[in-house]
Design a protein around this ligand. Structure first.
Ligand code: FE2
Ligand code: FE2
Length: 332
């Protein structure tokens, strides 16, 4: 009688390594590297040639579009694989909601969602608050529009742009001035504090009433306290020379840059920069009718790269259809 064959016990093979979830860009990069090597081998390349070709410079673009070494802003710094991160910062200003330019805001928002700044600073005048403007005090214009609708729209626009910080400005302060003049006892109510009133605390947007030092030797302020110039960049430079540090500002609704280099006894000293970041208003809106078509304003925004004390600010003009070109690419 044949003995029953002993069933072989099959153990599940345990691999030496456990496969963990793909979490980082480095994981993606390593996986793509392996896949590239295997494809080269399948294509008939010998081991040494395939290994030699596993260099990021010969990778096809579509293979690892988001691998860390393809991010032009992040470069290998030291042999110990420490990475040098150049911080990206975006600046937008003077949206004057509800009088903002929808097509410009859309194209800037699309760009920012791809460019992924570490910080997006709104330089102020994000909301117009025409109802609280000094010009309109005591007139029917105090009743035009709806502050709650304007506030909600401002929150939506700032969220769409990914704004992380908002600076104090002359339009924002209309709330404070109006309460101070008419109902001063309301001033100490916490819900009337600007960041609470605008709901920025819930959106995790930080409010900086007096400006923000965003890089060593650089500050961002709205600009309403500086001596004004009609020449783009000059108001910011006036502020920079006054403050003794480089300035990014708005308020003028102009876009431009200017610099001043100090020198003494043939020795060059420091250079301070002034950058004005333009505006995102709709000149054809009712709120901008007071300009009567003669505004010396330029639509635009700005970005900055920061590595330690090295800073570069780039101002970007926006075309009348809301499109713009940045680093060789058209955004609309
Ligand atoms: Fe403004
Ligand atoms: Fe302003």
């Amino acid at each position: 009688m044949a003995t029953a064959r002993k069933r072989k016990k099959i153990n599940k093979r345990k691999g030496k390594y456990t496969h963990e979830q793909i979490n980082t860009k480095l994981d993606t990069y390593a996986i793509s590297l392996r896949e590239f090597y295997l494809s080269l081998r399948r294509a008939g390349f010998p081991v040494d040639q395939a290994l030699g070709m596993c260099d990021k410079n010969v990778f096809p673009d579509w293979l690892t579009p988001s691998s860390p070494d393809f991010d032009q802003l992040i470069q290998t710094m030291t042999p110990t694989k420490m990475r040098m991160i150049i911080k990206r910062i975006a600046f937008v200003s003077d949206l004057q909601v509800p009088f903002f330019n929808e097509s410009s805001v859309k194209s800037v928002g699309r760009f920012l969602s791809k460019w992924r700044p570490h910080r997006t600073i709104c330089i102020g005048d994000e909301i117009d608050l025409p109802q609280l403007g000094g010009f309109n005090a005591g007139t029917i214009d105090e009743m035009v529009g709806n502050i709650n609708d304007d506030r909600k729209q401002t929150q939506e626009v700032l969220s769409y742009l990914g704004v992380t910080d908002v600076l104090g400005s002359n339009h924002g302060i209309r709330l404070y001035r109006s309460i101070k003049k008419r109902l001063p006892s309301f001033l100490n109510l916490p819900e009337m504090q600007y960041e609470r009133f605008m709901g920025y605390d819930k959106l995790q947007i930080k409010f900086h009433p007096f400006g923000l030092d965003w890089a060593p030797g650089w500050t961002a302020v709205h600009g309403d306290a500086f001596p004004l110039s009609q020449i783009p960049g000059q108001t910011a430079l006036n502020g920079a020379r006054r403050l003794g540090k480089s300035v990014v500002c708005g308020h003028t609704h102009r876009l431009g840059s200017a610099a001043f280099t100090e020198a003494s006894r043939g020795q060059l000293g420091r250079t301070v920069w002034g950058h004005e970041v333009g505006n995102l208003v709709d000149l054809s809106s009712s709120g901008m009718a007071y300009t009567r078509g003669y505004a010396n304003w330029q639509q635009g925004f700005a970005v900055a790269y920061v590595h330690e004390r090295k800073v570069q600010v780039v101002t970007i003009p926006i075309n009348s259809d809301g499109s713009f070109i940045f680093e060789g690419k058209l955004y609309k």
